[in-house]
Design a protein around this ligand. Sequence first.
Ligand code: 6PG
Length: 242
Amino acid sequence: MKPEVRIYPDLEALSKAAAEELINVYENAIHERGIFTLTLSGGSTPNELYRLLAADYRNRLDWKKVHVFWGDERYVPPASPESNYGAAYMTLISKVPIPLENVHPVPTESNNPELDATVYENEVRGFLQSTGSEGFDIMLLGLGVDGHTASLFPESSVLREEKRLVVLVIAPSTYTTPQRITLTLPLINSSKNIFFLVSGPDKKEALASAFSDEPDHGGSSPAAMVRPQGRLIWFLDEDASQ
Ligand code: 6PG
């Protein structure tokens, strides 16, 4: 399916549009299967969307039917300021009546990141099988200035992974928290809907690479390798999309 590109004046408008579209997908999912699965991304861009879901849109969802996962996680305790789970807990999870058993954070406390990646892979695989789904209803993704998404970094061998759904990666040395657990492209691309949220002038180059025509062989733009069977919607602000 051809990606959809939607451009908004600013992050606030982008986030509201993403919230509206999320509700549309939620309503269809509940109608069809009585359950809605949402995978959150880290970083700061989605924080306004998370705030909206916890406030203006809080009562548009039956949170008992919502299951939340993460697209990637830094290998730190949940209480760490680096934790994607911790950030989403503060902005969204703690503010909505979602049952604890519906919240599926990446395990990061066994001191064995390889094992924890396998544990999460088994949890995700088992959950999707139990709901009869190939992939998540919505996967939220961000875009790094270097073109990474989730914790799939440029030139990483993980970009060629075809079997594993969740793996441990070591981020480039320029990044904090080198050990990260990430969903792989096979799982990302099995999503029914992928929402990329991209805001700010510093993302212009990465966005251009993600949309470049030449086929991506070397993995210079991981975001360009996100090609789901389902819908791919880019929610952009004007600064990022110029
Ligand atoms: C992470 C995120 C990462 C993020 C991008 C964009 O763990 O850091 O999952 O992939 O989405 O780095 O981050 P910003 O939204 O903060 O620019």
